[in-house]
Design a protein around this ligand. Structure first.
Ligand SMILES: C=C(O[C@@H]1C=C(C(=O)O)C=C[C@H]1O)C(=O)O
Length: 278
Protein backbone atom coordinates (compact mmCIF):
# COMPACT_ATOMS: atom_id res chain seq x y z
CA UNK A 1 0.00 0.00 0.00
CA UNK A 2 1.21 3.52 -0.71
CA UNK A 3 -0.49 6.80 0.13
CA UNK A 4 -1.11 8.92 -2.96
CA UNK A 5 -0.18 12.53 -2.19
CA UNK A 6 -1.16 15.40 -4.48
CA UNK A 7 1.70 17.78 -5.19
CA UNK A 8 0.72 21.20 -6.53
CA UNK A 9 3.25 22.12 -9.19
CA UNK A 10 3.64 25.74 -8.03
CA UNK A 11 6.53 27.53 -6.33
CA UNK A 12 4.45 27.90 -3.16
CA UNK A 13 4.63 24.12 -2.55
CA UNK A 14 8.34 23.69 -3.25
CA UNK A 15 9.62 24.29 0.32
CA UNK A 16 7.45 21.72 2.10
CA UNK A 17 7.75 19.02 -0.58
CA UNK A 18 11.49 19.49 -0.90
CA UNK A 19 11.93 19.26 2.91
CA UNK A 20 9.62 16.23 3.11
CA UNK A 21 11.35 14.41 0.26
CA UNK A 22 14.91 15.17 1.39
CA UNK A 23 14.56 14.55 5.14
CA UNK A 24 11.79 11.97 5.70
CA UNK A 25 11.05 8.42 4.59
CA UNK A 26 8.80 8.79 1.55
CA UNK A 27 9.05 5.17 0.36
CA UNK A 28 5.39 4.63 1.29
CA UNK A 29 4.15 7.58 -0.80
CA UNK A 30 3.27 8.11 -4.43
CA UNK A 31 3.35 11.75 -5.51
CA UNK A 32 0.84 12.95 -8.11
CA UNK A 33 1.60 16.33 -9.64
CA UNK A 34 -0.94 18.80 -11.00
CA UNK A 35 -2.63 22.19 -10.71
CA UNK A 36 -5.02 22.72 -7.77
CA UNK A 37 -8.35 22.34 -9.65
CA UNK A 38 -7.20 19.00 -11.14
CA UNK A 39 -5.88 17.67 -7.81
CA UNK A 40 -9.12 18.74 -6.07
CA UNK A 41 -11.04 16.47 -8.45
CA UNK A 42 -8.66 13.55 -7.89
CA UNK A 43 -9.06 13.95 -4.11
CA UNK A 44 -12.86 14.15 -4.34
CA UNK A 45 -13.02 10.90 -6.30
CA UNK A 46 -10.46 9.07 -4.15
CA UNK A 47 -7.74 8.80 -6.81
CA UNK A 48 -5.42 10.48 -4.32
CA UNK A 49 -5.55 10.34 -0.49
CA UNK A 50 -4.02 13.59 0.75
CA UNK A 51 -3.40 16.95 -0.87
CA UNK A 52 -2.79 20.63 -0.20
CA UNK A 53 -6.17 21.48 -1.72
CA UNK A 54 -8.09 24.62 -2.53
CA UNK A 55 -9.68 25.51 0.82
CA UNK A 56 -13.15 25.66 -0.78
CA UNK A 57 -12.83 21.97 -1.68
CA UNK A 58 -13.28 21.20 2.04
CA UNK A 59 -16.46 23.31 2.04
CA UNK A 60 -17.81 21.45 -0.99
CA UNK A 61 -17.23 17.93 0.36
CA UNK A 62 -16.59 18.24 4.11
CA UNK A 63 -18.21 14.83 4.65
CA UNK A 64 -15.28 13.25 2.77
CA UNK A 65 -12.33 15.03 4.40
CA UNK A 66 -10.49 15.99 7.56
CA UNK A 67 -8.09 18.95 7.72
CA UNK A 68 -4.47 18.19 8.68
CA UNK A 69 -3.46 20.42 11.63
CA UNK A 70 -0.92 23.27 11.58
CA UNK A 71 -0.63 23.37 7.78
CA UNK A 72 -1.98 25.66 5.07
CA UNK A 73 -1.04 27.98 2.23
CA UNK A 74 -2.23 31.36 3.49
CA UNK A 75 -1.46 35.04 3.65
CA UNK A 76 -1.99 37.70 6.25
CA UNK A 77 -2.31 40.56 3.76
CA UNK A 78 -0.56 40.40 0.38
CA UNK A 79 0.11 36.90 -0.98
CA UNK A 80 2.08 37.96 -4.10
CA UNK A 81 0.72 35.17 -6.32
CA UNK A 82 -3.07 35.62 -6.54
CA UNK A 83 -3.74 38.65 -8.71
CA UNK A 84 -6.55 40.35 -10.52
CA UNK A 85 -4.78 41.88 -13.53
CA UNK A 86 -6.78 44.60 -15.21
CA UNK A 87 -6.67 47.15 -17.97
CA UNK A 88 -8.79 49.64 -15.96
CA UNK A 89 -9.00 50.62 -12.26
CA UNK A 90 -10.87 48.03 -10.17
CA UNK A 91 -13.51 50.67 -9.39
CA UNK A 92 -14.46 50.64 -13.10
CA UNK A 93 -15.08 46.88 -13.31
CA UNK A 94 -18.76 46.93 -12.22
CA UNK A 95 -20.79 45.00 -14.81
CA UNK A 96 -17.71 43.69 -16.66
CA UNK A 97 -17.05 40.11 -17.73
CA UNK A 98 -13.97 38.92 -15.86
CA UNK A 99 -11.68 36.14 -17.11
CA UNK A 100 -10.53 33.55 -14.57
CA UNK A 101 -7.86 30.85 -14.65
CA UNK A 102 -8.97 27.23 -14.99
CA UNK A 103 -6.40 26.18 -12.33
CA UNK A 104 -8.08 27.59 -9.21
CA UNK A 105 -11.16 26.76 -7.16
CA UNK A 106 -10.63 28.93 -4.07
CA UNK A 107 -9.38 32.18 -5.60
CA UNK A 108 -12.22 32.24 -8.14
CA UNK A 109 -14.67 32.18 -5.23
CA UNK A 110 -12.63 34.78 -3.37
CA UNK A 111 -12.72 37.12 -6.38
CA UNK A 112 -16.52 36.77 -6.61
CA UNK A 113 -16.82 37.57 -2.89
CA UNK A 114 -14.53 40.61 -3.13
CA UNK A 115 -16.32 42.10 -6.13
CA UNK A 116 -19.89 41.29 -5.04
CA UNK A 117 -19.74 41.78 -1.27
CA UNK A 118 -16.95 44.30 -0.77
CA UNK A 119 -17.38 46.44 -3.90
CA UNK A 120 -21.13 45.80 -4.45
CA UNK A 121 -20.54 44.96 -8.12
CA UNK A 122 -22.49 42.66 -10.46
CA UNK A 123 -20.07 40.81 -12.74
CA UNK A 124 -20.09 37.82 -15.02
CA UNK A 125 -17.15 35.45 -14.91
CA UNK A 126 -15.68 33.22 -17.59
CA UNK A 127 -13.01 30.57 -17.15
CA UNK A 128 -10.24 30.97 -19.70
CA UNK A 129 -7.06 29.04 -20.48
CA UNK A 130 -5.70 32.01 -22.48
CA UNK A 131 -2.34 33.47 -21.51
CA UNK A 132 -2.33 36.89 -19.90
CA UNK A 133 -1.99 39.14 -22.96
CA UNK A 134 -4.57 37.33 -25.10
CA UNK A 135 -6.97 37.15 -22.12
CA UNK A 136 -6.65 40.87 -21.36
CA UNK A 137 -7.33 41.70 -25.00
CA UNK A 138 -10.67 39.96 -24.48
CA UNK A 139 -11.56 40.76 -20.84
CA UNK A 140 -10.89 43.97 -18.84
CA UNK A 141 -9.93 41.84 -15.81
CA UNK A 142 -8.17 38.48 -15.42
CA UNK A 143 -7.57 36.32 -12.34
CA UNK A 144 -4.34 34.30 -12.28
CA UNK A 145 -2.87 32.24 -9.44
CA UNK A 146 0.37 30.45 -8.64
CA UNK A 147 3.33 30.50 -11.02
CA UNK A 148 1.35 32.09 -13.86
CA UNK A 149 0.49 35.01 -11.56
CA UNK A 150 4.10 35.35 -10.40
CA UNK A 151 5.32 35.23 -14.01
CA UNK A 152 2.59 37.60 -15.18
CA UNK A 153 3.79 40.18 -12.66
CA UNK A 154 7.45 39.69 -13.59
CA UNK A 155 6.99 39.71 -17.35
CA UNK A 156 4.24 42.28 -18.00
CA UNK A 157 4.22 45.71 -16.48
CA UNK A 158 1.47 47.40 -18.46
CA UNK A 159 -1.45 46.19 -16.30
CA UNK A 160 -2.95 47.18 -12.98
CA UNK A 161 -2.40 44.42 -10.42
CA UNK A 162 -4.64 43.77 -7.39
CA UNK A 163 -3.51 41.27 -4.76
CA UNK A 164 -6.52 39.27 -3.51
CA UNK A 165 -4.87 38.43 -0.18
CA UNK A 166 -4.42 42.13 0.44
CA UNK A 167 -8.00 43.02 -0.56
CA UNK A 168 -9.43 40.29 1.70
CA UNK A 169 -7.32 41.53 4.61
CA UNK A 170 -8.29 45.15 3.97
CA UNK A 171 -12.01 44.33 4.16
CA UNK A 172 -11.98 41.64 6.91
CA UNK A 173 -8.77 42.11 8.92
CA UNK A 174 -8.32 38.32 8.70
CA UNK A 175 -5.77 35.96 7.16
CA UNK A 176 -6.91 34.28 3.98
CA UNK A 177 -6.37 30.52 3.69
CA UNK A 178 -5.94 29.60 0.03
CA UNK A 179 -5.14 25.93 0.61
CA UNK A 180 -5.76 23.40 3.37
CA UNK A 181 -4.07 20.02 3.60
CA UNK A 182 -7.00 17.61 3.29
CA UNK A 183 -7.00 13.88 3.95
CA UNK A 184 -9.84 11.59 2.96
CA UNK A 185 -11.77 10.21 5.96
CA UNK A 186 -11.73 6.81 4.23
CA UNK A 187 -7.91 6.93 4.13
CA UNK A 188 -7.75 7.79 7.85
CA UNK A 189 -9.99 4.81 8.63
CA UNK A 190 -8.03 2.38 6.45
CA UNK A 191 -4.48 3.58 7.21
CA UNK A 192 -4.48 5.33 10.61
CA UNK A 193 -0.79 4.78 11.36
CA UNK A 194 0.40 5.97 7.95
CA UNK A 195 -1.73 9.13 8.19
CA UNK A 196 -0.45 9.85 11.73
CA UNK A 197 3.16 9.56 10.52
CA UNK A 198 2.56 11.73 7.46
CA UNK A 199 0.73 14.40 9.48
CA UNK A 200 3.62 14.62 12.00
CA UNK A 201 6.30 14.53 9.27
CA UNK A 202 4.61 17.34 7.30
CA UNK A 203 4.69 19.62 10.35
CA UNK A 204 8.37 18.82 10.89
CA UNK A 205 9.05 19.36 7.17
CA UNK A 206 7.35 22.77 7.36
CA UNK A 207 9.54 23.82 10.30
CA UNK A 208 12.68 22.54 8.54
CA UNK A 209 11.68 24.47 5.42
CA UNK A 210 11.16 27.69 7.44
CA UNK A 211 14.83 27.42 8.50
CA UNK A 212 16.23 26.68 5.06
CA UNK A 213 14.54 28.84 2.40
CA UNK A 214 17.81 30.22 0.91
CA UNK A 215 19.24 26.72 0.64
CA UNK A 216 16.06 25.27 -0.90
CA UNK A 217 15.93 28.19 -3.35
CA UNK A 218 19.51 27.53 -4.53
CA UNK A 219 18.50 24.36 -6.34
CA UNK A 220 14.76 24.95 -6.83
CA UNK A 221 13.37 24.30 -10.34
CA UNK A 222 11.76 27.77 -10.25
CA UNK A 223 15.22 29.34 -10.56
CA UNK A 224 14.78 29.06 -14.33
CA UNK A 225 12.43 32.06 -14.18
CA UNK A 226 12.75 33.77 -10.77
CA UNK A 227 15.86 34.76 -8.85
CA UNK A 228 16.79 33.38 -5.45
CA UNK A 229 16.07 36.53 -3.43
CA UNK A 230 12.59 36.94 -4.94
CA UNK A 231 11.75 33.29 -4.36
CA UNK A 232 12.81 33.49 -0.70
CA UNK A 233 10.88 36.74 -0.29
CA UNK A 234 7.78 35.05 -1.78
CA UNK A 235 8.05 32.06 0.57
CA UNK A 236 8.51 34.39 3.54
CA UNK A 237 5.34 36.23 2.49
CA UNK A 238 3.25 33.08 2.62
CA UNK A 239 2.07 31.70 5.94
CA UNK A 240 2.13 27.91 5.96
CA UNK A 241 0.54 27.71 9.44
CA UNK A 242 -3.02 27.07 10.54
CA UNK A 243 -3.71 29.00 13.75
CA UNK A 244 -7.12 29.76 15.32
CA UNK A 245 -6.97 33.13 13.53
CA UNK A 246 -6.42 31.38 10.18
CA UNK A 247 -9.46 29.20 10.95
CA UNK A 248 -11.47 32.34 11.66
CA UNK A 249 -10.51 33.43 8.12
CA UNK A 250 -11.65 30.05 6.76
CA UNK A 251 -15.02 30.35 8.55
CA UNK A 252 -15.57 33.88 7.24
CA UNK A 253 -14.69 32.72 3.71
CA UNK A 254 -17.08 29.75 3.91
CA UNK A 255 -19.96 31.82 5.29
CA UNK A 256 -19.47 34.46 2.56
CA UNK A 257 -19.30 31.74 -0.12
CA UNK A 258 -22.48 30.19 1.30
CA UNK A 259 -24.29 33.56 1.26
CA UNK A 260 -23.37 34.02 -2.40
CA UNK A 261 -24.53 30.48 -3.29
CA UNK A 262 -20.96 29.29 -4.03
CA UNK A 263 -21.30 26.61 -1.32
CA UNK A 264 -24.48 24.62 -0.69
CA UNK A 265 -23.85 24.53 3.09
CA UNK A 266 -21.72 26.31 5.66
CA UNK A 267 -19.63 23.39 6.94
CA UNK A 268 -18.30 22.59 10.41
CA UNK A 269 -14.52 22.64 10.50
CA UNK A 270 -13.07 19.26 11.52
CA UNK A 271 -9.34 18.98 12.06
CA UNK A 272 -7.62 15.57 12.04
CA UNK A 273 -6.74 14.62 15.62
CA UNK A 274 -10.02 15.89 16.99
CA UNK A 275 -9.61 19.64 17.31
CA UNK A 276 -12.16 22.03 15.87
CA UNK A 277 -9.43 24.64 15.92
CA UNK A 278 -11.20 27.00 18.29
C1 LIG B 1 -1.44 31.31 -2.91
C2 LIG B 1 -1.84 30.39 -3.75
O1 LIG B 1 -2.61 29.42 -3.21
C3 LIG B 1 -3.29 28.48 -3.97
C4 LIG B 1 -4.57 28.81 -4.48
C5 LIG B 1 -5.49 27.82 -4.78
C6 LIG B 1 -6.80 28.15 -5.41
O2 LIG B 1 -7.04 29.32 -5.74
O3 LIG B 1 -7.64 27.24 -5.59
C7 LIG B 1 -5.16 26.48 -4.49
C8 LIG B 1 -3.96 26.11 -3.97
C9 LIG B 1 -2.88 27.08 -3.72
O4 LIG B 1 -1.81 26.86 -4.61
C10 LIG B 1 -1.42 30.40 -5.18
O5 LIG B 1 -1.59 29.39 -5.87
O6 LIG B 1 -0.87 31.40 -5.64
Amino acid sequence: MSLAIGQIEYANCTPIFSALQSSFDCSGYRFVRGVPSHLNRLLATGEIDVCPSSSIEYGKHSDRYLILPDLSISAVGAVKSVFLFSTVPIEDLDGAVIGMTTESDTSVALLRIILAKFYGFANRFERTPLEIKAALDQFPGLLLIGDNALKGRLMHDGYRVYDLGELWHRFTGLPFVFALWLVRRATVAAFPQEVATLSADLIRAKLLAYDSYPLIAESAVERGWIDQAMLVDYWRTISYDLTPRHLEGVRRFFSSAFELGLLSSNPEIEVYGGSSGT
